[in-house]
Design a protein around this ligand. Structure first.
Ligand code: DAH
Length: 339
């Protein structure tokens, strides 16, 4: 009988020792100490023993039960400690590590250039107004002296939205909206997105941005236009920038011109940037056509004014020395982070 007991002891302690999870230990407990467990069965078999054998055997069984219980408790305790240590190691927080960097975004070169243009014109007393990207045919073309059969309409083919609405091809319509308000003098710039049905290449995109400018008052002349735009060019590109006006044609200005700036790279000597000419075209401008003033309710006998329109991307590319306009629209963070 005691032989059986010592064999049971060995098996029980081995099973507990080898138990790798709390479930395995519990299985061992049930197998030996449970109601139908082996040790319980031993106790039950005591009735078959003689009266003098019984107490000794009983004591031995009780001692073994205590021993198994202790072994189980120890195994469970050890297991809890290892599990807690593992958890603590996994959840370690090193408060001395430097904090993770927050990605908070970065102004786009277009935005930087627009803000700079706005800053310069606000400094000369201009107001920044916004106008809508969806525009009526009247404001985009008609009121700017571009009637339905005018060839200029072909050059600025756009996305027609049905009815009289289209996506504006130029910000010039903002001039008309401003004049229709009937408040003179007007001194405004209007930056915004424009659309044309153009193919994408290094210098074209079906959507880009312009900044429109308009000044209307009594006695405004072409000299005011030249002075204002020369000040702007020097502020934007640098103090030694020269400007040049070339005669041009726009339906809504008379006379009209295009303005070039001396190449900031080669200072006019001729280089890859200015295609060897020493000059870079940056905007269109002119004196607002009397008929345009009249259509918008401004008396051309009392008031005159000048207008200009510049391509924002063009200026951003030049200022930040970017060679391909497509880079401005790809939103590659490695590109944008350089500005
Ligand atoms: N809207 C013209 C364009 O897209 C640019 C322009 C030229 C605007 C002369 C003007 C201007 O206001 O006076 O080509």
């Amino acid at each position: 009988m005691t032989d059986n007991l010592s064999k049971l002891r060995e098996r029980a302690l081995a099973q507990i020792r080898e138990g790798t999870t709390p479930e395995k230990i519990e299985e061992a407990r049930v197998a030996f100490l449970g109601k139908k467990g082996e040790l319980t069965a031993m106790l039950k078999s005591m009735k078959d023993l003689s009266a003098e054998e019984r107490p000794r055997f009983g004591q031995a069984v009780n001692e073994l039960r205590d021993e198994i219980e202790r072994a189980i408790e120890e195994a469970q305790g050890a297991m809890k400690r290892t599990m807690r240590d593992a958890q603590l190691a996994a959840e370690t927080l090193d408060v001395t590590l430097p904090a993770g960097r927050m990605q908070i975004g970065h102004p786009h070169p277009n935005t930087l250039a627009r803000k700079e243009i706005e800053r310069i014109f606000i400094g000369m007393g201009y107001e920044v107004v916004s106008s809508t990207e969806i525009e009526k045919d009247y404001y985009n073309f008609e009121a700017l002296n571009i009637p339905a059969d005018h060839p200029a309409k072909d050059e600025q083919d756009t996305f027609y939205l049905g009815g009289e609405f289209l996506l504006r091809t130029q910000t010039s319509g903002a001039q008309v909206h401003e004049m229709e308000k009937g408040r003179i003098p007007i001194k405004m710039i209007s930056p915004g997105r424009v659309f044309r049905s153009d193919e994408v290449d290094a210098t074209h995109s079906p959507t880009f941005h312009q900044v429109e400018g308009l000044l209307i008052d009594k006695g405004i002349t072409f000299a005011d236009l030249k002075g204002t735009l020369a000040v702007f060019a020097r502020e934007f590109f640098g103090e030694d920038t020269k400007v040049k006006f070339r005669p041009h044609h726009f339906p809504f200005t008379e006379p009209s011109a295009e303005m070039d700036v001396s190449c900031y790279k080669c200072k006019g000597a001729g280089c890859r940037f200015c295609k060897g000419s020493g000059w870079i075209e940056i905007l269109g401008c002119g004196m607002v056509h009397p008929h345009v003033l009249e259509m918008s309710g401004v008396d051309p006998d009392t008031y005159t004014g000048f207008a200009f329109g510049l391509g924002l991307e063009r200026l951003a590319l030049l200022k930040y020395e970017i060679e391909d306009m497509r880079l401005l629209y790809e939103n590659d963070i490695r590109f944008l982070n350089q500005f």
